[in-house]
Design a protein around this ligand. Structure first.
Ligand SMILES: [Zn+2]
Length: 126
């Protein structure tokens, strides 16, 4: 993969591991990582992958559905976008917003998903 000037890699989703050594975010797409790092030298970052990216190595089309934690994150993202739209005039057509507000809307979605995922993971059995 081509490197971004000034960066080591074009993939910004690092580190993919927490302090305890457990997978956090997917090195490839930033979703919730489950296992199978791709780094040739796993220290300090194993570059863990999510379920879909693991499967995509051989057959991407076998899994089409988000997992339960990602679905809860998606719901939280939808809720965050709804709140942001309500707080910013209630316009639902993206073209009504300037570039800054379009970015802020996406930021609300992104942060809402991340917040929802963190909440969902509080109940996880692992
Ligand atoms: Zn992934």
């Amino acid at each position: 993969m081509a490197a971004i000037p000034g960066k080591k890699s074009a993939t910004p989703f690092t580190p993919t591991v927490d302090a305890a050594g457990d997978p956090t975010t997917c090195f490839c797409c930033g979703m919730r990582a489950v296992a199978l790092g791709v780094a040739p030298n796993p220290k300090p970052d194993p570059q863990y992958l999510c379920r879909r990216c693991i499967v995509s190595i051989n057959d991407y089309k076998k899994i089409r559905r988000l997992d339960d934690y990602e679905l809860r994150a998606l719901d939280a993202g939808v809720e965050a976008v709804g709140e942001w739209i309500a707080d910013n005039g209630g316009l639902t057509e993206l073209a009504h917003y300037d570039e800054l507000n379009q970015r802020l809307l996406v930021k609300a979605a992104w942060e809402g998903c991340a917040r929802g995922l963190r909440e969902a993971l509080k109940d996880a059995p692992f």
